[in-house]
Write a protein that binds this ligand. Structure first.
Ligand SMILES: Nc1ncnc2c1ncn2[C@@H]1O[C@H](COP(=O)(O)OP(=O)(O)OP(=O)(O)O)[C@@H](O)[C@H]1O
Length: 740
């Protein structure tokens, strides 16, 4: 019976792969033809060729990325219809569906139907393929009477799920289209508008669900999101590397993946703040402090300023300066934008003095303009203007502010706050500086040089845009009429854009993701934040600017908050930024950490907050965690021995050694043979040495925690840190405690 079923499935699957091969060959053939065609050598001909190349190579790589596990499911409806679900939609020559894309609305029942609520589905079938061969099928009969166990209602395709969860980790996150669970699917397909908060304990799939949601939204709202892109924010660069293959493997590339440290273009924020400095700099009070700091740069001197201009001595009195300042501020513009008003007023005051000296009756309107221009060009005048109202860049403001106790006082910081944040003028940027730079940019506005440059660029771009659109439309029409290209109806607009964009790219070679990443004022169509609990109030202020529509997905776990400046309550955060426009949901099943390890994690969680309960593990491994206490002086030796024995046990799996941040360098020196955090290969290496912050969001087959007591005392969030460390393991956990 089973063999017959497998043989029947094989017939369908073979037909799908044959269709895939046909489409691939077509795309490849078109690509080869376009590339080998002679062009007339003009810019336009080159543009046209590059656009065709992009179209066909994009299609070819999308068709290639779906080779593995092309089809993974089948739905049999009660009405008798049935269809296969897979990574991509495929049709035969008569447009009959061979395979339905997992993101389409029809595919939804595959993930949602449960025994309790079958949604018109009689049977859900999971197919397992090895290369192009069907090697297994696994059926859920969604008939309540037959199943008779309502508790099994939420988990689907257990065999398929459990076999994927038990597999060794590769060091990179994988997509999970074949085994998305019902509670996860609801989140993935939740509508685009508003803020969706996904709270969930460790290993509940928050990250993987957020990434599949990005792929779903880009597919479903392509028109809207294709132009604005999606921003995915993760906790650190190792994590970004860990997830960066998931979206491309789902065929999506219009996504910017970044850490908070990377959100101010041009700034690389590699240094770290002390927890106290991070807390102060992350507090919302910094927004006012920066506004005050900026106003302290606008100076009204106590005594008149005397300026020697040519042969004359001009005088700027404090009350004239005050008046000019007041007048400029009345315009309610940002600091740099209001400066020209101040400058004009001061120049006018000085011009009047010159005119008075000459005698008003001898000076005509043109002479007045000349005098003004001369004053503008006078170095001494510019110097005074810069003292009274300097043009400021965000970088200058923040570096000067944090290196000057006097300016910090003017900004309203207390003496203990000043002591925590004061640093040298040339100190490296830290992660908490980024939101402050962004805030400063908002308060300061562009400098005059940037404004002039932007105006020029906008005018050039508008002219080029118009020409491009016209040209692109012409090319598409000619090509279609001459039947030189085969283009699907839904690709026509995209192709027109591609040509228009390509023409532009001759001067300006950037993709949407690159443009978005390099523009501080870029507005994203959707923003996804992972480990959202770690962001400070100032980080949120910055992120909200990137998404004024408030279409966001925030995934996180308050119990895992490691940052002293992090989120304590989603309601508190979102009632401020998206009142009545946010909704929250929870993931409750832990797919990563087995029951045996979660029992230990649960004890730590109870100490964080007795009201919290850990997610339920789907798996047991039968292997209890090992907890050993060793004398302090033997810790490194015990660690080396444990690493060796764990490596032997897990074979080609991955091992993480998680150590206290304060002792990281000591352990790094003692363990030269394991990959360290800043080593780009840390994810691929068999053993990686990490502290808790760097292990956030990652997972490993085995985890070795050294000196948990120091992890707990290293930070005010020590218990949460330990909870994070314990829950990184998919199979084995060893804890080496230091004897006191
Ligand atoms: N439906 C699923 N099918 C297969 N694997 C899944 C599924 N859901 C989650 N997983 C796997 O479970 C593991 C944990 O998922 P993920 O990292 O997204 O959890 P998380 O909630 O972000 O965890 P943490 O908060 O601890 O970082 C990953 O290996 C993920 O691929």
């Amino acid at each position: 019976m089973l063999e017959q079923e497998i043989a029947a499935e094989q017939g369908d699957v073979t037909a799908m792969y044959e269709r895939l091969d046909v489409l691939r060959r077509k795309a490849q053939g078109e690509l080869g033809r376009v590339q080998s065609e002679e062009t007339t050598g003009t810019d336009q001909a080159r543009t046209e060729r590059e656009s065709f190349t992009d179209l066909y190579s994009g299609r070819f790589s999308q068709l290639s990325s779906v080779e593995r596990g092309l089809c993974f499911g089948r739905i049999d409806e009660t009405g008798g219809d049935r269809f296969h679900i897979g990574r991509i939609g495929l049709f035969d020559d008569d447009y009959n569906p061979l395979l339905i894309d997992w993101r389409t609305p029809v595919a939804q029942v595959f993930y949602r139907a449960t025994a309790a609520d079958p949604l018109g589905v009689k049977r859900r079938r999971h197919l397992r393929l090895k290369d192009r061969t069907v090697v297994g099928i696994d059926d859920d009969i969604l008939d309540l009477d037959a199943l008779g166990d309502a508790d099994r209602g939420t988990l689907i395709g257990e065999a398929a799920l459990l076999s994927s969860l038990g597999a060794n980790r590769t060091g990179r996150m994988n997509e999970i289209v074949a085994t998305i669970q019902s509670e996860q699917d609801e989140i993935i397909r939740s509508g685009l508008p508003g803020v969706l908060v996904v709270q969930g304990g460790p290993g509940t799939g928050k990250t993987v669900v957020a990434l599949h949601r990005a792929a779903y939204l880009l597919y479903t709202y392509r028109e809207q999101l294709g132009r604005s892109g999606v921003l995915v924010v993760g906790p650190n660069s190792t994590f970004i590397r860990y997830i960066d293959q998931v979206l491309p493997s789902l065929g999506e590339t219009d996504v910017v993946l970044a850490t908070i440290s990377e959100l101010f273009p041009g700034v690389v924020a590699n240094a770290s703040d002390s927890p106290e400095a991070a807390r102060i700099k992350g507090d919302l009070a910094m927004a006012d402090a920066l506004a005050q700091a900026i106003s302290s740069f606008r100076v009204v001197p106590a005594a008149p300023i005397r300026l020697k201009v040519g042969q004359q001595e001009l005088v700027l009195r404090p009350d004239a300066i005050r008046k000019a300042q007041k007048g400029a501020l009345a315009a309610q513009e940002q600091h740099n934008r209001a400066r020209p008003i101040f400058v004009r007023r001061i120049i006018k005051t000085l011009t009047n003095q010159v005119v008075e000296r000459i005698g008003r009756q001898y000076v005509g309107a043109e002479d007045v303009e000349d005098i003004q221009q001369e004053l503008f060009d006078e170095d001494r005048v510019l110097e005074v203007l810069d003292q009274l109202w300097p043009e400021l860049t965000p970088q200058l403001l923040i570096s000067v502010l944090f290196s000057s106790a006097e300016r910090l006082t003017a900004a309203g910081l207390t003496s203990s706050q000043r002591a925590a944040v004061l640093r040298p003028l040339t100190a490296d940027w830290t992660q908490s500086d980024v939101a402050l730079l962004d805030e400063a940019a908002e308060l300061l506005g562009d400098t005059s040089g940037i404004v002039a440059g932007r105006k020029r660029q906008a005018a050039d771009e508008a002219a080029a845009e118009e020409a491009n659109r016209e040209y692109a439309s012409g090319v598409v029409d000619i090509e279609l009429t001459a039947e030189r290209i085969e283009i699907m109806p839904w690709e026509i607009e995209q192709f027109r854009d591609l040509i228009a964009q390509r023409t532009r790219l001759i001067d300006n070679p950037v993709t949407l993701a690159e443009r978005a990443a390099s523009d501080r004022t870029w507005v994203f169509g959707h923003v996804i934040v992972d480990e959202a609990q770690e962001l400070s109030a100032m980080d949120w202020r910055m992120l909200m600017r990137r998404c004024p529509r408030r279409s966001m997905t925030l995934v996180g776990d308050i119990a895992q908050t490691g940052s002293a400046a992090g989120v304590r309550s989603w309601a508190e955060l979102l009632d401020r930024y998206a009142p009545r426009r946010w909704r929250s949901t929870e993931l409750t099943v832990n797919y990563r950490t087995p029951t045996e390890i979660m029992t230990i994690a649960a004890d730590v969680l109870a100490q964080i907050d007795p009201a919290l309960s850990p997610p339920t593990s789907v798996r047991e491994t039968g292997t209890e965690p090992l907890i050993q206490t060793v004398p302090a002086e033997d810790l490194t030796h015990a660690l080396t021995t444990a690493i060796k024995s764990e490596r032997e046990t897990i074979g080609d799996g991955r091992l993480a050694v998680i150590v206290p941040t304060s002792r990281y360098d000591d352990y790094a020196a003692a363990l030269p043979d394991v990959a360290h955090t800043h080593d780009p290969s840390v994810l691929d290496a068999p053993v990686g040495l990490l502290d808790v912050a760097q292990s956030k969001g990652l997972e490993f087959d085995a985890v070795l925690i050294a000196d948990p007591d120091t992890i707990m005392t290293d930070s005010t969030q020590g218990l949460s840190d330990l909870y994070v460390a314990i829950t990184r393991a998919t199979k084995r956990l060893t804890i080496l405690k230091r004897a006191s």
